[in-house]
Design a protein around this ligand. Sequence first.
Ligand code: PAF
Length: 281
Amino acid sequence: MKIIKSIKKIQQILAKERLKGRSIGFVPTMGALHEGHLSLIRQARRENDIVVVSIFVNPTQFGPKEDFKKYPRNFKKDALLCEKCGVDFIFYPDAKAMYPKGYKTYVNVEDLGNVLCGKSRPGHFKGVATVVTKLFNIIGPDLAYFGSKDAQQAIIIKRMVEDLNMPLKIKVMPTVREKDGLAMSSRNIYLNKKERKAATALFHSLKAAEKFIKKGEKDAGKIIHLMRRMIQEAQPKKIDYIEIVDAQSLLPVKKIKGKVLIALAVWFGKARLIDNIIVHG
Ligand code: PAF
């Protein structure tokens, strides 16, 4: 496994691999790797000749009051995990190389980036779409892998790839959960013991919503009310949102019909946790 920091160098190396006819699978990450990331890397390993993982805590997707500085960073551990999973190259650029002085270009996927997480994190998805575009241009993957926990991100990236005719396929893999249901996230380390236990209410509320719908409930308002009550019992710091939206347009639905995304963001202590499920009504 090679660790490459230079944009030019990784482009040259991968151009040679492509000339040899080798396919490239790419897993973009911000590091602090957990089983969720590793499941994407393993899938990439199974499906491609060359596997590239990027580790870059992207400043443009954090708001001024968000956790950019505190975001967990443990490159040595991440590199060991990548090596174990059979990664060929880690792309590990620094912020100055990605956003040099005079940087002016951003990618904005309209509407989809302004709802759900985009409402409370203005500019977040513009930062994500921009860095992912840059990474796709640098790596030139055939396949790129994203997790379902960040459902809105995956939908936005898919839209962007289609709209901008980017020559690659996006694969979205299932959320990996702890034994008690909590979705794996790099931010779970912010939770103390009590918060960690309480946070399982998120998954339980999603499962309850799913059960309610499977039994025939169609009223999105009623389902959200039930979820809110369950989550409030766990005494979170703040419920950011609980929404039921169309799984493609991300527009809120009143009556459950077809494929819906039930998504939430809730603060427990210093951690803003997100989770979701897709249900067919
Ligand atoms: O999901 C993430 O970790 C990030 O948003 C991504 C896709 C690596 C872009 O910085």
